[in-house]
Design a protein around this ligand. Structure first.
Ligand code: KG4
Ligand code: ZN
Length: 342
């Protein structure tokens, strides 16, 4: 592709429907996100069938809105990118079918993009960008991974959770505490009034070498605290939330320090829904400063699911020779380290 492409992207892997338009030089042209949270809230979690049906309803509306706010016509679009996986298969299929048929009708290439690669590179859309190579901590509802990012498309897994993802641990613990879905931000809000040092929770796997993690045991520790009649008052609940959150942050800091030491890289990127967490941000910033490293987060609005990060990766791929039209369908499971093998 000789000129820089205008990329339209579609994201529908979970409970956000999103359409964005991005150009490598003109920057962000549109970023439309519709959250399905109110739809799933009464069920206490995401209902895959409802998610897929609502994506189908919203995508054409969001497409119109994105074109209007970008002041672009469909004929201005050079490439269509879409989230091909990982995620809920039915939800992915609606976005993939929508994007591929749009591309077919416009006679333009359609690129299937890895959702976590979108998260991983989302800090590139911020005011200050990290320099390759760097370490990435991906913390979302479905994934918790430490990666060595050697170059765009060259990702090496350093460590991952052996059980719950960090976002999942937040969500499950919040549910135990009777908070609304999605529990991560609700638990963080409750923790604001709590003392993070009030309960000593054990930090999982920090005494073992390596960069793998485990978070399901923390949930059990919290359950025992909540069930104790001594902790029924509001202040005790806030203290439990704050202690849980601090333990997660401390554990992730230790794992990131190991990744810094292992790779020798200077920059750390933190992305995925949990990167919106203020306590985690502060803990990693403090650690980076102490060790003469740098840490980068996506802009707050791009921490959770959006199509802009997919458009960014789409633009990158489109400009790489020989990858014009990848014939990818939706994939519920797709390790990020396999991306170079496509
Ligand atoms: O990346 P994301 O939007 O979706 C997935 O790809 O999974 O991440 C959603 C996750 C949920 O588990 C949500 O509870 C968590 O991110 N999350 C937070 C915060 N904001 C979102 N967890 C802790 N603190 C937050 N402020
Ligand atoms: Zn995500």
């Amino acid at each position: 592709m000789t000129h820089k492409p205008t990329v339209l992207a579609v994201e529908s892997s979970c409970d956000e429907t999103a359409v964005a338009i991005y150009h490598p030089e003109q920057g962000i042209l549109a970023n439309e996100v519709f959250s399905q949270i109110p739809l799933h809230r009464e069920h206490g979690g995401v209902v895959p069938e409802l998610a897929a049906r609502d994506h189908m309803r919203r995508l054409p509306i969001l497409l119109d809105e994105a074109l209007t706010s970008a002041k672009r016509q469909l004929s201005d679009i050079d490439v269509i990118a879409y989230t091909a996986g990982p995620g809920l298969l039915g939800a992915l299929m609606t976005g993939a079918a929508f994007a591929r048929s749009l591309a077919f009708s416009l006679n333009k290439p359609a690129l299937g993009i890895h959702h976590m690669e979108g998260h991983l590179l989302s800090p590139m859309l911020g005011d200050e960008q990290p320099e390759y190579p760097f370490v990435a901590l991906l913390v979302s509802g479905g994934h918790t991974q430490l990666m060595a990012v050697n170059a765009p498309g060259d990702y090496q897994m350093l460590g991952q959770t052996l059980d719950d993802a960090v976002g999942e641990a937040f969500d499950k613990t919040a549910k135990l505490m009777g908070l609304l879905y999605p529990g991560g931000p609700e638990l963080a809000k409750l923790a604001e009034d709590g003392d993070p040092q009030s309960f000593k929770l054990s930090r999982p796997m920090v005494n073992r070498p390596g960069m793998d993690m485990s978070f399901s045991g923390l949930k059990t520790q919290v359950r025992l605290l909540i069930e104790s009649s001594e902790n029924s008052e509001a202040q005790a609940r806030a203290n439990i939330a704050a202690s849980f959150q601090q333990t997660i942050a401390d554990t992730l800091v230790i794992k990131c320090q190991r990744a810094w030491a292992h790779t020798g890289y200077r920059d750390l990127v933190v992305a995925g829904g949990v990167s919106a967490n203020q306590t985690l941000r502060q803990a990693l910033e403090d650690s980076a400063q102490k060790h003469n490293k740098r840490v980068f987060f996506p802009p707050k609005a791009l921490c959770t699911d959006n199509a802009l990060m997919i458009a960014y990766v789409g633009a990158l791929r489109a400009q790489q020779a020989g990858t014009h039209d990848l014939n990818i369908d939706a994939r519920a499971r797709w390790p990020l380290s396999d991306i170079a093998a496509i």
